[in-house]
Design a binder for this molecule. Sequence first.
Ligand code: NAD
Ligand code: TYD
Length: 355
Amino acid sequence: MRVLVTGGAGFIGSALVRYLVAEQGYEVLNVDKLTYAGNLASLKAIDNHAGYRFLKADICDRKTMAEAFASFRPDRVMHLAAESHVDRSITGAQDFVETNVMGTFSLLETARHYFAGLDAASRERFRFLHVSTDEVYGSLGDDGLFREDTPYDPSSPYSASKAASDHLAKAWQRTYQLPVVVSNCSNNYGPYHFPEKLIPLTILNALAGRELPVYGRGENIRDWLYVEDHARALDAIIARGRIGETYNVGGRNERRNIDVVRRICEVLDQRVPVSGSRQELIRFVTDRPGHDARYAIDATKLEDELGWRALETFDTGIEKTVDWYLQNAWWWEPLRQSYDGQRLGILPTAEAKAG
Ligand code: NAD
Ligand code: TYD
């Protein structure tokens, strides 16, 4: 099995590539532009493996991508390359539109031309998995869950760009019969997570004795999935998912942000005791503009149709994650030199007031 993965040097992409190479024994071509979020150190465990290859390229570069398809001849494409941080999208949406919208368009076109040139047996086998987020569905109130038929209602430039890319992927299936499947997943956490997102940022700031910013009152809810559970889900979806369908991915682990931050402090206090508690570092700060209140996934379709189950609960996964950061400073210390955890995504006062 030959799998072309885009964004394989990122957080989820690297977990997926490690899984496909080490556990499934697939041949993988990882295509990644290596933005600030791409890190080849995340692939150290498999980068000498005979089945693994890396190509530094931008998915928007049609010529290079067409050559990569022609020489690697993938059976499957798993498309994860994206700009992924909501806060960065608030203050600079350009890269999000270029990579998430135009990049996905370019990749779909490249895949379509490659697919058209395949023989009948290869066409039968070929699949394109477009990897997306539950944030395309917007925000939930206190009740209900996101299902595959929940209407799209994105709030942030990030989720709007992902929503656009999902529509393109679905349209390429309906119009050109490209065998596309789409997955929409809830918030991931785990090892090799760039320390700009809530969980790794909190772990590293707490370890450094720095303040822990919690947006608003910390009552927003996210549905947390351990990244290795997501990697297994993606492999199941591309292997056995139905063409043209969407599969929601989530671990039924809803938590308020404040409870996530408190739990990280508790685990760290047990592992590396300090006088007092790290919870004293928590600070409630100005809310994120357009902050979605609650995300929660109904993963019944994925569970019933494809037999997938999340193996980690939040309680087991968060301990593993904290322990990983404690044991792998070699991975995150260089990243803190380039981004040291300052607040992102704040609008100038006038713009914020107008909103
Ligand atoms: P990430 O930011 O950690 O990694 C993105 C990767 O894409 C990086 O390695 C980066 O270098 C690469 N990339 C960016 N622009 C590129 C371009 N133009 N060409 C080639 N490579 C490029 O992101 P992540 O958290 O691993 O997310 C991966 C995918 O999963 C994204 O599509 C995201 O929308 C989706 N997703 C993420 C989450 C989450 O909780 N992180 C949840 C659901 C879905
Ligand atoms: P984040 O990890 O950025 O993921 P997303 O915005 O894609 O859900 O944020 C998770 C939640 O944590 C979100 O409700 C915003 C909040 N948050 C904080 O309270 N403090 C922080 O420093 C960060 C980065 C996020």
